[in-house]
Design a binder for this molecule. Structure first.
Ligand code: NDP
Length: 400
């Protein structure tokens, strides 16, 4: 049915590419384009003979708009799926604009020198995408991504207004290392060492990092400590969900992770301000990334499950409604299927689904949109079909 160009070849891309290859009826041809071409070639070699999807590879520096434009012009994809890092979002969007190609990503733009992610830079492309007649779908991972689709689905089928949303992201997995991150260490540490925030009555209320802690008993995982973090979907859901009063995002962390992180922070290893070392400029966090285990290598060692979902409270026909929708995913099952652990899998599957819906025209609308702005039903059906089935509970235990 179409051609997708996938940029990046890390943990998330690996899962998404496997899923595209299981769905050859839609993804007839894919181009895997990333900074290190040998990774793209190795992945292609591991998939060949097991899929009908025709796979091409290319070296690409996605910080360079001209390189992206040249590759798009050569391959002529129907959609570009950006699974590189948030720093590349804008150059890739610029290239899509110039070539009139649809765009999908999983994480919002972050400037390299400021650990602050916001949608304002990407939302500023709205008019230009509208004029060019192409769609940009932002944040089609799990969170953001599936969490926004869950909210849109709840709004469509169960609520007249949703007043409170708690997004709970639990990773009950164990990789056996004292300290490692489940996705790109630089992005992960920037996210968790930043100030927390929650959305309330139209404003983002800031908290100190890890200031707010709760304990929750997760289906399939058990009881875990979780901490309130700032997260990008607060910004878009705060605008797109009718009747919303408060949105919070919680993520689970084990004590060992937090103790290591505190220590690394205290000695300055998580800083993004370059330091001078033997005549060289080094960013401590980038150096730390180089010494930590590659998230892609955690797959074979990680056991346990993730449980990610949204608890919503609101009203339907004047009556109170509580609703919890979530997915449970098993690290080892994911590894067996696509060679990545569940954190990459739960992001890669929705990335493939987003690209599929845009490419097939089901989710096409000129402009720049977040996932909750489209009809959630085809996405929810696809989640059940492609490995991330969801569970509903109309009488959930609430966070407070
Ligand atoms: P990885 O670090 O494993 O992979 C990133 C890939 O991008 C690597 O292959 C890297 O190349 C490539 N890359 C980096 N810079 C460039 C560049 N300038 N040009 C071309 N390719 C480049 O990260 P993940 O797979 O863990 O994460 C991918 C994305 O998914 C991130 O944006 C992350 O924030 C997002 N994410 C979203 C989630 C969600 O639920 N919405 C959850 C988890 C992640 P090389 O191999 O050379 O390093």
């Amino acid at each position: 049915m179409g051609k997708a160009m996938i940029i990046g070849c890390g943990g998330v891309a690996r899962a998404a590419i496997h899923k595209c290859c299981q769905n050859s009826g839609v993804f007839e041809e894919i181009m895997i384009a990333s900074r290190t071409k040998s990774k793209c070639d190795a992945l292609k070699a591991s998939l060949e003979g097991k899929t009908e999807t025709v796979i091409k590879t290319a070296r690409l520096d996605a910080d360079k708009k001209e390189e992206i434009i040249a590759l798009i012009n050569e391959f002529k994809p129907d959609v570009v799926l950006n699974l590189a890092l948030p720093y590349q979002d804008l150059t890739i969007m610029d290239a899509c604009l110039e070539t009139k190609t649809h765009y999908v990503d999983t994480a919002n733009y972050e400037p390299l020198d400021t650990a602050k992610f916001e949608y304002k830079w990407q939302w500023a492309y709205r008019e230009r995408f509208e004029k060019a007649g192409i769609t940009a779908l932002l944040g089609s991972g799990f969170d953001p991504g599936v969490t926004g689709v869950y909210c849109a689905y709840a709004m469509k089928h169960y609520f007249d207004e949703i007043n409170y949303i708690d997004i709970l992201d639990c990773n009950g997995g164990d990789h056996g290392y004292p300290f490692a991150t489940n996705f790109n260490p630089e992005i992960n540490i920037r996210e968790v060492s930043a100030k927390g925030s929650y959305w309330e009555n139209g404003n983002l209320i800031e908290t100190e990092p890890m200031e707010i802690k709760r304990v929750y008993n997760f289906d399939g995982v058990g009881e875990k400590d979780m901490y309130l973090l700032h997260h990008e979907e607060l910004e878009s859901l705060g605008i797109n969900i009718k009747g919303i009063k408060r949105i919070r995002f919680f993520m689970t962390f084990g004590q060992s992770y937090l103790t290591h992180l505190k220590c690394l922070e205290n000695v300055g290893m998580t800083s993004i301000v370059p330091i001078e070392y033997k005549g060289m400029k080094i960013v401590p966090l980038q150096f730390l990334k180089a010494v930590l285990p590659d998230p892609a290598s955690l797959g074979p060692r990680t056991v346990g499950k993730t449980n990610i979902g949204c608890i919503m409270r609101g009203k339907k026909d004047g009556k109170d409604v509580n609703y919890y929708v979530y997915n449970i995913c098993d690290h080892q099952e994911c590894y067996k299927e696509v060679g990545s652990q569940a954190v990459s899998y739960t992001t890669g599957v929705p990335a493939m689904i987003g690209a599929m819906l845009v490419m097939t025209g089901i989710w096409q609308k000129p402009g720049v949109y977040n996932v909750e702005e489209f009809d959630p039903d085809p996405f929810m059906d696809a989640l059940n079909k492609h490995g991330l089935p969801w569970i509903e509970n109309f009488n959930p235990v609430l966070v407070d």
